[in-house]
Ligand binder design. Structure first.
Ligand code: DQA
Length: 147
């Protein structure tokens, strides 16, 4: 099974970016933790981060044959139609992750353009949310009938 992990703008600065909100773990730390878990599940992971909307769209399109997508689109969550359009266009199963509890923050962060086309959201659990998303996506992809 192949799962693509996609991170959007400013997530390359994790570790130093507003640590009280986003935690002290870097994106590389999160990748290592996810790879350790994925190895146990025998899942192939690929990671990509970009600060550019079009590059995120290109990355989704080029993973059209993959089994699943874990996406933290950063601020594009609240502004981009092109990213959910790309996910819907390729029909990849997706889970949306946010490190912070966006629903406890400014109103502009309460709306996600991704929410209608993802299987679900993992929100507010910091880096652990990525690990939960991996388990959730793997679980449903391997035993979809159980919901
Ligand atoms: C974020 C929440 C977004 O509102 C913000 O723009 C981010 C990070 C999160 O992971 O909590 O860049 O997606």
């Amino acid at each position: 099974m192949r799962i693509f992990v996609l991170n959007g703008p400013n997530l390359n600065l994790l570790g130093s970016r507003e640590p009280a909100i986003y935690g002290l773990e870097t994106l590389a730390d999160i990748e290592l933790l996810m790879r350790t878990r994925a190895d146990k599940l025998r899942v192939d992971l690929e990671f990509f981060q970009s600060n550019h909307e079009g590059e995120l769209v290109d990355a989704i399109q080029s993973h059209r044959d993959w089994d699943g997508l874990i996406i933290n689109a950063g601020a594009y969550t609240h502004t981009s139609l092109a990213i959910p359009d790309a996910i819907a266009s390729v029909g990849i199963a997706a889970i949306e992750v946010h490190l912070s509890n966006v629903y406890a923050r400014e109103a502009v962060r309460h709306h996600s353009y991704l929410s209608p086309i993802v299987w679900g959201q993992v929100v507010g659990f910091g880096f652990r949310g990525y690990l939960a998303a991996l388990d959730l996506l793997y679980g449903r992809l391997t035993n979809e009938a159980s919901g």
